[in-house]
Design a protein around this ligand. Structure first.
Ligand SMILES: O=C(O)CCC(=O)C(=O)O
Length: 410
């Protein structure tokens, strides 16, 4: 294997390098399988413009969907190369799966650091690793690269078609390039799809493309290895940028705290089971399930404990334990109703909209929303909900009419 510093030097000098067969085949297979299942679960639509690709589906913010994806930004065969291009204080800028179907046209050429708007050329402060999860070939749209363009004084113009080469590589390889390099997804003229993960890193002093401090919950982050905490943004750059009350925010995603939370959750689950099984004696002398008795407003958990129901409490956190078990019991009915609401929303997410559905006949939708829907023709209610400008209220109205108007072709 080529040493990481040599690969990094090639990225800085030549604009890119390909790390051939650097990813374990088992990891490639696992990532591919999870991306496929997420595409279905999330009802991912095709892109809505030439840049995103109208025959291309993307899953953004991958870390939020499965901890499996943590292995991508941290991979020992790739991260040291990018650290050599930027430095060890780099950040993960975005993490996206891209599935390009046959028939996808070539993407417009661009440079990933184009949005920062600084005079060019400059040293790399952005660097991207494109993981090939299927072979990348000339026919199926291997990324096009413009040699020398990382030294250009400008970004490509809209529609510009410079001379380029295709980054052909077998599945399990990774293309790493300089953020100023002009590049584009190629056209897929083959009969098979091309699948990739695009892992974009930036220097620690820059704003990330995805706002990960909000896109990932603290609980999700706490499960990741500490190195990933700092890549996500829980850290400081040169000990200053990003501090919280002069503390490094890394300490705020504390796996030990997460452990405390996990232990509390397992006590909670055990106590729920105990309440479902135990019987208690009422004032009238009847024996009733503890769970049912606790639903009475005047009954509290310590009353049941006094009757010998074996509830487990952490002495240091007894008040929190008691409050959570009591709240769950007293609001069980309400929670069940909420769950069925959530289930309904999930079903709606996948509910299909017939191809020629007459959006203009749905009463109460604004002209603008009807136009957006007619332009984009979402195939599910979930897809409709993700169209900018289409409100949840409009989708709720739509859901009431989706089964009502038969489409001429369906
Ligand atoms: O899919 C590719 O090969 C490149 C994708 C890309 O550059 C992008 O979406 O920004």
């Amino acid at each position: 294997m080529i040493p990481a510093n040599e690969s990094a030097e090639r990225v800085v000098a030549d604009g890119w390098t390909v790390l051939r067969n650097v990813i374990e085949p088992e990891l490639v297979a696992a990532l591919l399988a999870r991306i496929d299942s997420l595409m279905l679960e999330l009802g991912i639509p095709y892109g809505s413009n030439a840049f995103l690709g109208q025959r291309t589906r993307r899953i953004f913010n991958l870390l939020s969907h499965d901890p499996l994806f943590a292995s991508v930004p941290l991979h020992a065969g790739v991260l040291p190369v990018v650290e050599g291009v930027l430095d060890r204080e780099l950040l993960l800028s975005s993490l996206t799966a891209i599935e390009m179907q046959p028939g996808q046209d070539g993407q417009p050429f661009h440079a990933d650091d184009g949005s920062y708007g600084l005079p060019k050329p400059h040293r790399p402060f952005n660097s991207t690793a494109i993981w090939a999860l299927t072979d990348f070939t000339l026919e199926n749209g291997a990324t096009r690269l413009v040699p020398g363009s990382h030294r250009s004084e400008r970004n490509p113009q809209r529609g510009e078609q410079p001379q380029s080469v295709a980054a052909e590589m077998p599945a399990g390889s990774v293309l790493v390039y300089h953020g100023s390099l002009w590049h584009a997804g190629g056209a897929n003229r083959s009969a098979a799809r091309r699948v990739a993960i695009v892992c974009n890193y930036c220097a620690g002093f820059l704003r990330q493309e995805e706002c990960q401090l909000l896109a990932l919950s603290r609980e999700q982050v706490a499960r990741f290895p500490p190195r990933l905490h700092s890549l996500i943004g829980y850290g400081t750059y040169r000990g200053l940028l990003g501090h919280v009350d002069q503390r490094n925010p890394a300490g705020l995603v504390d796996p030990e705290r997460w452990d405390v939370f996990e232990r509390r959750r397992s006590r909670f689950d055990r106590n729920q089971r105990t309440l479902a099984q135990a019987l208690v004696r009422t004032a009238e002398g009847d024996r009733v399930p503890a769970e049912q008795w606790l639903r009475r407003p005047e009954i509290h958990l310590p009353d049941l404990i006094a009757q010998g129901v074996p509830i487990q409490l952490d002495p240091a956190r007894a008040a929190v334990d008691i409050a959570s078990v009591e709240t769950a019991a007293k609001y069980a009915g309400y929670l069940r109703r909420e769950e069925s609401e959530i289930e309904r929303a999930r079903r709606d997410e996948r509910r299909r909209i017939p191809r020629e559905f007459p959006f203009e006949r749905v009463p109460g939708l604004s002209k603008e929303i009807v136009q957006r829907l007619q332009q984009i023709r979402p195939d599910t209610l979930g897809h409709a909900l993700r169209i900018p400008g289409v409100t949840p209220g409009a989708v709720a109205v739509l859901s009431a009419y989706v089964g009502r108007f038969p489409s001429p072709t369906s």
